[in-house]
Design a protein around this ligand. Structure first.
Ligand code: AMP
Length: 282
């Protein structure tokens, strides 16, 4: 596996591979890798001959400077994991490499549709402009045939797909299922910030989602939400931002049950750590 820090080296390394017709998959991450990330690498290996994983804690998508500062960066460990997983390239640029004028903002504003402003977009203003800005730069540098994203960040997938459509980009977006701990907690780089007590309380999020999934046919929507919210609110130290049963295309709450693209999404602060999770209702 080759570790690369500059755009120039990335492009010159990939060029001969592209010329010889090999398919390239990109797995964008912010590092602090876990089995969820590795599942994206494994899926990428099925879809392409060359797998590039990027590790970049993108400052433009953080709304809270403290959150950016404390984001975990175990780089040596990440490199070891990617090496063992058989990844071909890891791209870990500096902030200046990706944003030469940083901290002066670069202009970037694209129309991601109404769904940009709800849920995460409401609690983290400008978040998806930052996400799409860096993903566009990575697409532009790697020119992947396919790019891998996790359903864990459901709204992010929608925003990326909207960007690809809006800008007419020639890249396939592959979405991978959520990898969970044995007890149901969705894996996340932020989980290492959870104290032992937080870790137990955080289980209320996935339990509430599983409750909605299991009782979707039996109970009406308001009852489902009321009971699931109560499961979360009764946990000490857990502060709910939102819990919703939404249309997966618009992210608007559904008002009637349907079997088409319905998703339950949750975000909450557990102790000092903000977590998100979701379940697609089948
Ligand atoms: P991150 O490093 O948190 O930005 O995540 C990088 C990619 O991994 C994103 O596409 C995430 O949706 C995906 N991802 C994060 N956690 C999980 C998980 N538990 N299961 C599957 N994919 C995940």
């Amino acid at each position: 596996m080759k570790v690369i820090a500059t755009l120039a080296e990335l492009q010159s390394s990939l060029k001969p591979l592209k010329t010889s017709g090999l398919k390239i998959a990109l797995v964008p991450t912010m590092g602090a890798l876990h089995q969820g990330h590795l599942s994206l690498i494994a899926e990428a290996q099925k879809l392409a001959e060359v797998v590039v994983c990027s590790i970049f804690v993108n400052p433009t998508q953080f709304t809270d400077p403290k959150d950016l500062e404390k984001y975990p960066r175990p780089l040596e460990h990440d490199i070891k994991m990617l090496n063992e997983a058989g990844c071909n390239f890891v791209f870990m640029p500096s902030v200046k490499e990706m944003y030469p004028g940083y901290p002066k903002p670069e202009s970037w504003k694209i129309d991601l549709g109404e769904a940009e402003f709800v849920l995460e977009g409401e609690f983290r203003k400008g978040h998806y402009q930052g996400v799409t800005q860096i993903v566009y730069k990575l697409f532009d540098a790697v020119k992947p045939d396919v790019a891998m994203f996790g359903q864990k960040d459901f709204q992010q997938v929608l925003m990326i797909k909207n960007m690809v459509e809006a800008l007419g980009l020639d890249v396939q977006i592959a979405v991978c299922p959520i990898i969970r701990e044995a007890d149901g907690l969705a894996m996340s780089s932020r989980n290492i910030h959870l104290s032992q007590a937080d870790r137990e309380h955080a289980l209320a999020l996935s339990k509430a989602l599983f409750y909605i999934e299991a009782n979707y046919k039996r109970l009406d929507l308001s009852q489902l939400l009321e009971n699931a919210k109560a499961m979360i609110n009764q946990m000490p130290g857990v502060e709910l931002d939102y819990l919703t049963i939404a249309n997966g295309d618009t992210l608007r709450p559904i008002t009637e049950k349907t079997h088409q693209n319905t998703v339950a999404l949750v975000a909450a602060k557990v102790g000092q750590t903000r977590l998100i999770d979701n379940v697609i209702i089948k």
